[in-house]
Design a protein around this ligand. Structure first.
Ligand code: ADP
Ligand code: ZN
Length: 279
């Protein structure tokens, strides 16, 4: 296969790059307080997504291929930051799917900001705070002028350097590492369920260290995030609680929900969520 095996010289224009001028959607990240999170949970329209144009320099050959997408090293004209452009290798997906993905990421990020604000870890130097990367997406042409190129769905996200770790998935897998970051990730999933009073559960947590990507959300309301195949609804809640074991962070946060409550349908949640506290 034609993969790039070394990372490119990020800061030099190269023969192996193409320039894309694109117009698409970016998430407007303005999540600073609990009210915003409440609004975002209440309705998708409260998750702001804007049109935007930008110029991207993208390598011609991918450096990796997943099950669905090929990933290319890229940078933008506007900054020196490193990015990844992803393109779907097969059809069947439309722009609405990508926008739904973005809404999902935005809500994950809002949960994470509140989760972080509620935790104080003493003098620990580990990075326990969680963040989610968000993608931009658009429809555009990919490939050099000489080659046949058709409209493609593309997305752009920050390049993550380092060991990629899966913390949990959307059907009950739990990473058993004793690291703080893994504990934080498991507690975060539990927190999202409790904080939303049983309406959402963020899982499929993975990424490099504390920077997470590609999470899934199970929703009680079957109309929310229904384009996302990873949303298993209330069944997903049961999968999570079947294997989740509460840790120190869950108890610091006063999380009450557990597997037997899910089974019996009689929930007990922590009631009030202050904007910030030293729990
Ligand atoms: P798919 O959705 O088709 O499974 P992925 O999104 O998993 O594709 O991407 C394929 C591979 O590209 C990943 O396994 C990982 O090695 C690499 N990759 C994906 N996203 C990033 C990123 N943001 N930074 C660095 N490497 C990435
Ligand atoms: Zn827990």
């Amino acid at each position: 296969v034609w993969l790039e095996h070394v990372s490119p010289m990020w800061h030099s224009r190269a023969w192996f790059e193409e320039t894309l001028s694109v117009e698409g959607f970016v998430f407007d990240i303005m999540v600073h307080n609990a009210n915003t999170l409440n609004e975002m949970m209440a309705h998708d329209d409260n998750i702001k997504i804007n049109m935007s144009e930008c110029t991207i320099y993208k390598r011609l050959r991918p450096f990796a291929k997943g099950s669905l997408r090929a990933a290319y090293f890229a940078r933008t004209a506007a900054s020196d930051n490193r990015f990844v452009v992803k393109s779907f290798m097969r059809g069947g997906r439309r722009l609405v799917h990508l926008v739904e993905d973005m809404r999902c990421q935005a809500l994950c990020k809002a949960f994470a900001l509140e989760f972080n604000a509620m935790l104080v870890y003493g003098n620990s130097t580990e990075k326990q705070f969680l963040d989610f990367i968000v993608t931009a997406c658009w429809r555009g042409k990919l490939g050099m002028a000489m080659t046949v190129s058709s409209d493609q769905l593309l997305s752009l996200e920050p390049y993550l350097e380092g060991d990629y770790i899966k913390y949990n998935n959307n059907c009950g897998y739990v990473n058993k590492d004793q690291t703080q970051i893994n504990q934080a990730a498991q507690a975060f999933s539990h927190f999202t369920f409790e904080r939303s009073q049983g309406r959402f559960l963020v899982c499929d947590l993975q990424g490099v260290g504390n920077i997470l990507t590609d999470a899934a959300i199970h929703t009680k309301d079957l109309d929310r995030f229904k384009l996302l195949e990873s949303n298993l609804g209330p069944e997903g809640f049961r999968f999570f609680f079947a294997t989740h074991v509460c840790n120190g962070i869950c108890s610091k946060l006063g999380l009450k929900s557990n597997a037997s409550m899910i089974k019996s349908g009689s929930y007990d949640f922590r009631e009030s969520w202050p904007r910030k506290s030293n729990v």
